[in-house]
Design a protein around this ligand. Structure first.
Ligand code: FMN
Length: 182
């Protein structure tokens, strides 16, 4: 599928087919595309705790979710917690882009998934401290978000987006860009 179509078709599904597991090959493909994301100094600060097809890790990730998110995410065959390494690997200083880089990684994963008919939904509604405890995430690593992926069992629900001119400025912040005629 064309990248543009994969982007246009993507949405954050909330109803997943628990009878359609994600094969390890498919998940490895998603992760292979995600790891090609750009990152500060190519330091690739992303890490995942991955629960697949209702295994033990899947049920332990469910425990970390808010009650609301647990209600729908339980049927998604893939659940993950995205964890950032906060400092660079090559220097003892904070990587100011650790969250940004992990977000890009997650964005790449979403687009690859969408191109294969698989949808994902991010979850800020989880307990980072419980995730740290359950999965023994060490100091210096930050659980950023949980997310679910799987084949959707609902019609696409495309949400509205802000107009380009509302967030692209020229001259000074807040001054909407004016496109020159070709
Ligand atoms: C960082 C982040 C946290 C989110 N947290 C939740 C959440 O806790 N529960 C939920 O149902 N959706 C959550 N979402 C999904 C967003 O609500 C969704 O992406 C947004 O409404 C845009 O819709 P779309 O992804 O379908 O275009 C989250 C998304 C992101 C990126």
């Amino acid at each position: 599928m064309d990248v543009r179509d994969a982007i246009l078709n993507r949405w954050s599904a909330k109803k997943y087919d628990r009878n359609r597991p994600l094969s390890p090959d498919v998940v490895r493909l998603l992760l292979d595309s995600a790891r090609r994301a750009p990152s500060s100094y190519n330091d690739q600060p992303w890490h995942l705790i991955l629960g697949l097809n209702f295994d033990e890790t899947h049920s332990r990730i469910l425990e970390t979710l808010s009650q609301y998110n647990r209600g729908w995410a339980k049927d998604a065959p893939m659940l993950a917690i995205l964890v950032a390494r906060v400092k660079y690997t090559f220097e003892d200083r904070i990587n100011p882009a650790h969250q940004l880089d992990c977000g890009t990684f997650w964005g790449f994963l979403n687009v690859q998934a969408s191109g294969m008919g698989i949808m994902c939904r991010g979850m800020g509604g989880f307990s980072p401290s419980l995730a740290r405890e359950i999965f023994e995430i060490p100091e210096g690593y930050e659980p950023l978000m949980a997310f679910a992926c799987g084949y959707p069992l609902e019609d696409p629900n495309q949400k509205p987006r802000r107009k380009i001119e509302e967030f692209v400025f020229a001259g000074r912040f807040g001054n909407p860009i004016v496109w020159e005629e070709e």
